[in-house]
Design a protein around this ligand. Structure first.
Ligand SMILES: [Fe+2]
Ligand SMILES: [Fe+2]
Length: 157
């Protein structure tokens, strides 16, 4: 687990904890996903022996999906895939304050979607970790769905 000031400040904040109410992929809330992505960024930086700005990495990673709505709900803002990085950056700036590196990390995390290119080490880690975690969360959900389907089919009449 990462042990930076920003990590604890954000995860203990009740505005950030609201993201527990929004589903990201399968059983993962946006809160779970954000923690998973943040931990993965730090693990990757360790494995690759990369020198990173830990405070910015924690802040950018935890807040990269701080868009604060359920994107599965029909009434969510249109073009979620393209727009949520910008919305998350605006919300994060308003609620937690961001430096330029952190703001750019969040805005570019969906690259190549949205055309904002990750330019810092921290932004590249976030971009890769986000795709890795999203894929694992989605596959985990699909596996669970498949298991339930098989169980249901096997159930006696
Ligand atoms: Fe995202
Ligand atoms: Fe994400």
């Amino acid at each position: 687990m990462t042990n930076t000031k920003n990590y604890h400040k954000i995860t203990n904040d009740e505005r950030f904890q609201k993201s527990k109410d929004f589903v990201q992929h399968g059983d993962f809330s946006v809160y779970d996903h954000s923690i998973y992505v943040c931990e993965t960024c730090f693990k990757m930086s360790k494995v690759l022996h990369l020198k990173v700005d830990s405070e910015s990495l924690a802040k950018g990673a935890l807040l990269h999906d701080y868009f604060l709505y359920d994107w599965h709900n029909k009434n969510h803002p249109k073009f979620h895939g393209f727009r949520h990085a910008g919305l998350a950056a605006e919300n994060a700036k308003r609620d937690f304050g961001l430096n330029s590196k952190e703001e750019k990390m969040i805005r570019a995390h969906m690259f190549p979607l949205g055309l904002k290119v990750p330019t810092s080490r921290e932004a590249i880690l976030l971009c890769i970790a986000d795709k890795y975690c999203a894929t694992r969360e989605t596959l985990k959900g699909k596996r669970k769905h498949l298991k339930n389907l098989i169980k249901f089919r096997k159930a006696p009449e």
